[in-house]
Design a protein around this ligand. Structure first.
Ligand SMILES: NC(=O)c1ccc[n+]([C@@H]2O[C@H](COP(=O)([O-])OP(=O)(O)OC[C@H]3O[C@@H](n4cnc5c(N)ncnc54)[C@H](O)[C@@H]3O)[C@@H](O)[C@H]2O)c1
Length: 397
């Protein structure tokens, strides 16, 4: 099938994940790399009618005034991105800069506000949503796009007051004009995109579209969304290994995970409020998979010299036959942005297909890509993979 041009709009466009996903997309499009790490390159997904890489047009919002290319150079200097690939894609990469607009910071908290030199946003939540929508509409119009998929890869916000917010869209809508509207920037972006009928993906732990009223908006506007917080490393291993302990009736007594890394995401997560938003998602799946809550500890520490390289050490203490305690330990060393970028690209293609097929509301079958899968109680990676494969098989033409 011939495909139209599709917009890929990054919130946090000058960050590590967006930059790496962009370089990856250009490199795939120009045939410089193999699709290693991409789930959509595997059967049965490769047989789906997915949008080819060359049909994507990239744009986005960021609140910092550097260039995406500056981020790419920093990643190349720390050996996260191959410089040779950057050289090959340099011109195409720099052209994207004209599609990046200034984003909004509304209630993002002091850690994120410190990233920005300029003045804070002025205006009500509704005015800021309108300004985001103006940028999204201009992008779709100027680039002659059939559809736009919006992906949140911005810095992690501190937890908001979700419990205090109304559960229905009609009631939340009224709050958008109040001076003390408690919504955070991630949710304003989600409202802006969904209200325009665009699909939305939340790759971060921030609230985004997870609030019930915003999920209702997605259904009302007959569009779809997926989230929350990409599952790329240590939590991915937890969702793979915990089902093994459960299936062998091994009693997990405690699970301790220490994480260290040194990129800008790590710098933001060094702030206790922002860190607490991340830790929830790294911890809650164990109880769901095991059926009981072992003692757990998750730490995340910012070690600047590591740059984009992340190390996780996990220590799992469990009891086997005759009650004898035993231990499993693992070390996971990965490059943060390179683990996340292929997932983002997979998600964009899969969500675009769902949007094209008229699927609305939360896309449960994509839950395996996330630490806190919206709309899905199943936390085992294997069951999540079965669900995704079943969805794909039902979409083969
Ligand atoms: N790398 C991974 O493996 C991984 C896994 C799961 C989730 N995530 C999440 O993805 C997000 C991005 O990670 P990263 O490593 O690219 O972080 P990063 O710090 O490199 O980039 C974040 C970008 O967002 C921008 N930003 C912050 N607030 C914004 C706002 N309100 N509007 C627009 N832009 C804003 C920043 O200026 C920055 O350019 C983080 O929330 C992270 O926790 C990453």
């Amino acid at each position: 099938m011939t495909h139209p041009r599709i917009g890929l709009w990054f919130i946090g466009a000058r960050g590590g994940v967006a930059t790496t996903a962009t370089l990856g997309l250009l490199a795939l499009e120009q045939g410089h790399v193999e699709p290693t790490g991409l789930v959509t390159a595997l059967s049965p997904f490769a047989s789906l009618d997915l949008v080819p890489w060359r049909n994507f047009v990239i744009g986005g919002h960021d609140v910092r005034c550097c260039r995406m290319a500056d981020t790419a150079l920093t990643l190349a200097q720390s050996r996260a991105l191959p410089q040779v690939l950057l050289d090959k894609c340099w011109d195409a990469f720099n052209q994207i800069e004209s599609n990046i607009s200034l984003g909004v910071l509304f209630n993002s908290g002091p850690a994120i506000e410190r990233l920005v030199d300029g003045e804070p946003d002025r205006g009500t939540a509704r005015q800021l949503i309108h300004s985001i929508q103006k940028d999204l509409r201009a992008f779709a119009r100027d680039e002659e796009l059939a559809r736009v998929v919006v992906v949140n890869v911005a810095s992690t916000e501190p937890p908001g007051d979700a419990e205090q917010l109304p559960g229905r869209w009609a009631d939340l809508d009224k709050l958008l004009d109040c001076d003390d509207c408690p919504l955070q920037a991630s949710s304003l972006y989600a409202i802006a995109a969904l209200d325009l009928g665009m699909a939305y993906i939340n790759f971060t732990p921030s609230a985004g579209a997870s609030l019930p009223a915003i999920q209702e908006l997605a259904t009302l506007r007959e569009t779809c969304h997926a989230g929350r917080d990409g599952k790329t490393g240590e939590t991915l291993l937890k969702s793979v290994l915990a089902p093994m302990f459960a299936a062998r009736n091994l009693d997990v007594l405690s699970w301790v995970g220490h994480n260290i890394f040194g990129n800008m995401d790590g710098q933001i997560l060094d702030h206790p409020a922002n860190k607490s938003a991340k830790i929830v998602g790294k911890d809650q799946l164990l109880g769901q998979i095991l059926g009981y809550d072992p003692q757990t500890l998750v730490t995340i520490e910012y070690i600047r010299s590591l740059g984009d390289w992340k190390t996780a050490w996990d220590h799992i203490h469990f009891r086997g036959f005759l009650g004898t305690p035993m231990t499993m330990q693992f070390t996971w060393q990965g490059c943060d942005s390179l683990l996340a970028a292929p997932l983002v690209l997979d998600l964009v293609r899969l969500v675009e297909l769902s949007r094209r097929c008229g699927e609305t509301g939360v896309l449960r079958h994509l839950g395996g890509f996330f630490k806190q899968p919206l709309g899905l109680d199943e936390a085992s990676f294997w069951r999540q993979t079965e669900l995704l494969e079943a969805w794909a098989k039902s979409h083969l033409s």
